[in-house]
Ligand binder design. Structure first.
Ligand SMILES: [Zn+2]
Length: 130
């Protein structure tokens, strides 16, 4: 996985390989949905029509009732973490997110520089939940 965000969709119909499914998380529904590819940083949630955020396959959605864990995931995404691997496990609790984000500020700066349009879309989507 390169993690790149192609600007031109190249998806061919009928050639969806489940190995390339990626989760999209909706923080309104607290649900995630698998989609064929990450051509879009943000896609409409099939449940509520609101924005859902494309994450890497390392993302494991919390249980819907586990609002604390969903808040943590949302805080991570707001901090710019789309569940790319970093050199330590992702934090277990919301209170750990700020320090985690600080430790990986350089990584996030590189991610933002690499995919600025994606982060613009993600931030616009998240601003609807504020
Ligand atoms: Zn939704």
């Amino acid at each position: 996985m390169t993690g790149s965000y192609p600007t031109t969709p190249a998806q061919k119909s009928g050639e969806v390989d489940s190995a390339y499914l990626h989760p999209y998380a909706c923080f309104h529904c607290r649900k995630s949905f698998k989609r064929a590819n990450r051509f879009e940083a943000v896609l409409p949630c099939p449940e509520c029509g609101g924005p859902s955020i494309g994450l890497t396959r390392k993302f494991k959605p919390p249980k819907r009732a586990d609002t604390d864990q969903w808040k943590k995931v949302e805080a991570l995404v707001r901090a710019g973490f789309l569940f790319w691997s970093v050199d330590e496990p992702y934090p277990d609790a919301l209170q750990e997110v700020a320090a985690f984000a600080e430790r990986h500020a350089d990584f996030i700066a590189r991610e933002r520089a690499r995919a600025p349009e994606a982060y613009v879309q993600i931030e616009a989507a998240l601003s609807r939940f504020r």
